[in-house]
Ligand binder design. Structure first.
Ligand code: UD1
Length: 389
């Protein structure tokens, strides 16, 4: 069996790593295509090295551009590879432009598509990830769900139940795999925040960084937060570029440590020891929930509501005072216990491989020995974001 995985942006790589291992273990010929959407060493190669992902078989070198340019370039450069290799399945990951572009190419060539992390919805049609998710799910034959609530979204979009496989969360496979190595790194010492509570911050979503006023307010919130707790802020290239073009200033006064993007292990090491994470990343909402680290997500909504209902996540609007009040509250509380979320157990990629290679099914209502008694069958409504009037 030949499976072709297409990845391109940073969050795709953590999802690919465990799937690659499980497919290869079963003797699948696994071909990896890197679109080149992310190309800096710190945004791409570092992840392949640290997560033991083999070097890509093909590199499309697409690079940055508008959404249409990026999507079109991936499609044009990928098509001939899919034609030539005629894979049995094309796997796509997450919700990036590379994900949608690859799903479109495969579907139009009548090649089966599998979507890892299917069924996530924020309900925010202004978010590029939402558009990518909805369309990729529609194009997919195998939909691999990280949590139960995804099934409701897919059913509402007319996806038949037999295409859905509730496999769990591949991001947690990677966290579980990498945690011992990450802890051994002791990144807190390396970045000078050991011995006292510290917060880790990441921001990169267009809604938070593209508008000058919003970004300015967020930077001010971080500067203020750094008066009460040390703050480590690895800055995404998009955010760094926006800070420059908006003529804003990144405060770096010792208590707020501004860094380049970090490798996966360094980041995991820092997050695991943090007292608080402030972010707009999808993956960090999941990782902090798994690790039991309080997380403030600077967004009006989330496509990962289970991190709010069962995990450690709380939504907060991009308003300085709301963020500071929420941070103060989170820092004053005792650390939450590590939550248990259904099928976030380090075995999601194994289930994906069993679906792909052995035609197994992971239906939503199959009884589960590993299901904790308090895990809900359906996600419930999440609290209003803090700072909402
Ligand atoms: C993309 C994904 C987003 C994901 C994020 C993680 C889409 C629509 N968005 O957003 O879902 O959460 O990746 O990072 O696919 N840049 C560099 N070096 C790089 C990559 C990017 O300097 O290696 C800069 C470029 O100026 C580029 C900008 O960052 O224009 C944005 O990169 P892009 O891939 O277009 O989107 P992200 O914001 O990273």
């Amino acid at each position: 069996m030949r499976v072709l995985s297409v990845v391109g942006a940073r969050p795709n790589f953590m999802k690919l790593a465990p799937v690659d291992r499980e497919l290869v273990k079963r003797g699948v010929e696994h071909v990896i295509v890197h679109t080149g959407q992310h190309y800096d060493h710190g945004m791409s190669t570092a992840f392949f090295e640290q997560l033991w992902i083999p070097a890509p078989d093909y590199h499309l070198g697409v690079g940055s551009g508008s959404h249409a340019q990026q999507t079109a370039a991936v499609m044009q450069r990928l098509e001939s590879i899919v034609v030539e290799l005629a894979p049995d399945l094309v796997l796509v990951y997450g919700s990036t432009n590379s994900t949608l572009a690859a799903a479109l190419v495969a579907a139009k060539l009548q090649v089966r598509v599998g979507h890892v992390e299917a069924g996530l919805r924020s309900g925010d049609w202004t978010s590029p990830e939402e558009i990518n998710d909805v369309l990729t799910d529609r194009l997919s034959d195998l939909l691999f769900l990280p949590s139960r609530d995804a099934a409701d979204h897919l059913a509402a979009d007319g996806v038949p139940a037999e295409r859905m496989h509730f496999v769990g969360n591949v991001m947690i496979d990677t966290v579980s795999w990498a945690l011992p190595q990450a802890l051994a790194l002791d990144a807190a010492t390396r970045y000078g925040v050991t011995g006292a509570p510290y917060a880790v911050v990441t921001l990169h979503r267009p809604a938070n960084v593209d508008d000058r006023a919003v970004l300015g307010e967020l930077l001010e919130a971080l500067a203020r937060l750094a008066r009460t707790v040390a703050v480590v802020f690895p800055v995404h290239p998009r955010t760094r570029q926006r800070i420059r073009t908006h003529g804003l200033r990144l405060p770096d006064d010792g208590r707020l440590r501004v860094l380049e993007p970090l490798g996966y292990l360094e980041m995991l090491s820092l997050v695991a020891g943090a007292s608080l994470v402030v972010t707009d990343s999808g993956g960090l909402q999941e990782e902090t929930s798994f690790l039991g680290v309080p997380c403030l997500t600077v967004r009006a909504g989330t496509e990962r509501p289970i991190t709010c209902t069962h995990g450690t996540n709380r939504l907060v609007l991009p308003k300085r005072d709301a963020i500071l009040a929420a941070a103060e509250h989170a820092l004053a509380r005792r650390s939450p216990a590590r939550p248990v979320i259904e099928r976030w157990d380090g075995r999601a990629a194994e289930r994906i491989a069993r679906v792909v290679c052995e035609d197994e099914r992971f239906e939503l209502d199959a009884p589960l020995a590993a299901t904790p008694p308090h895990a809900s069958r359906r996600a419930v409504a999440i609290p209003q974001p803090l700072g909402a009037d």
